[in-house]
Design a protein around this ligand. Structure first.
Ligand code: ATP
Ligand code: MG
Length: 123
């Protein structure tokens, strides 16, 4: 079984569309998106949100979870960095996890097969 990895990207809500397009372009087939609030290392420092400087610690972000096995993790990271980077404080974070297993509920398939494109019968 091929390794399964989850890439979790927490970034600015306004970057979601660009990120979705970038992921589609490299063949990512699934993702989970959650609206979250968070803060990072720059906690207490001022981060600009919608043109206003805010001093509160928790700012609206989006969390994008992507589980891959065929698409190389490096490719996901490169695409995410390119799409989300503005160079300003608060661009976000990327966390990478090893996934023990995956199950496609409809068929009961487990492991790498569960997250592969079923149309691709060569794999
Ligand atoms: N250590 C952490 N644990 C969990 N979530 C985190 C952590 N650091 C950052 N995050 C999440 O990532 C979001 C974006 O973080 P942020 O870009 O502010 O990180 P940073 O380390 O402060 O970098 P920067 O200096 O660019 O602001 C946070 O709002 C939070 O949701
Ligand atoms: Mg920060």
């Amino acid at each position: 079984m091929r390794e399964i990895t989850k890439v979790e990207i927490i970034t600015r809500p306004e970057k979601l569309e660009e990120l979705k397009e970038a992921m589609n372009a490299i063949g990512v087939t699934g993702m989970t998106v959650t609206q979250v609030y968070g803060c990072g290392l720059s906690k207490g420092h001022k981060e600009v949100y919608r043109g206003k400087e805010v001093t509160v610690n928790l700012l609206p972000k989006v969390k994008i979870e992507i589980v891959v096995c065929e698409v190389p993790v490096e490719k996901v990271l490169d695409a995410a960095k390119k799409a989300c980077r503005t160079g300003n404080i608060g661009d976000g974070k990327i966390f990478v996890y090893s996934i023990a297993n995956a199950v496609r509920i409809r068929t009961g398939e487990e492991g790498d097969i569960a997250i592969m494109d079923p149309k691709d019968t060569t794999k």
